[in-house]
Design a protein around this ligand. Sequence first.
Ligand SMILES: [Zn+2]
Length: 224
Amino acid sequence: MNRILKRPLPRNLRPPDPLPDDDTPALRFTPYAWSKLQFMCHVGDTEIGGFGIAREDDLLLIEDFVTVKQHTTAISVEFDDAAVADFFDDQIDVGRQPEQFARIWLHTHPGDSSHPSCTDETTFQRVFGTCSWSVMAILARGGQTYARLQFSAGPGGSMLLPVMIDYSPAFTGSDQEAWLSEYKQNVIPQPVFKQRGHKHEDEIDPFDVDDVFDGVFDDREVLV
Ligand SMILES: [Zn+2]
């Protein structure tokens, strides 16, 4: 046996996994969206959150990662509720359906673990639990990924999704200058001692206002 290959390569050095067959759902990123998410994951030392923009006819294919104004620490993200409302308005204005921009919640972890925190789980259930389907996906700086699809139809359920880069659709080039500008505009790192309120960081919810979705749509059902 080749001793050099006895140990598996670190995940971020391994070649990308092959695309699954048609029957296996996977969360797929265009190279553009993946590069932007990676950029955001490394540009600062905090978590960064946002939404995956999916293609109309392929809702698990993410073509862009869009951030909104947010206060961040190494273990938390708190979205500005007005910014989320503006983001939803803008997406509707350009003709997208909520299932294209309000179902896939993406965020980064500045460490090695992509495992969701208790806060992540609570937020996922509280904010997205009534949607017919939704995805929570996390990229850790160490290269680890996590993605879970949950659905509320029928008895409900959830399943882990492999995360892939899909090179097959056409994709646009990188734009680090614009990404850095977006980062500087939207991401406001918070010193730990300046956390708002009296919450422990673990308890900070990225969707700060309970009814932020209701503020955008008259009826939350529109997201279901
Ligand atoms: Zn998290």
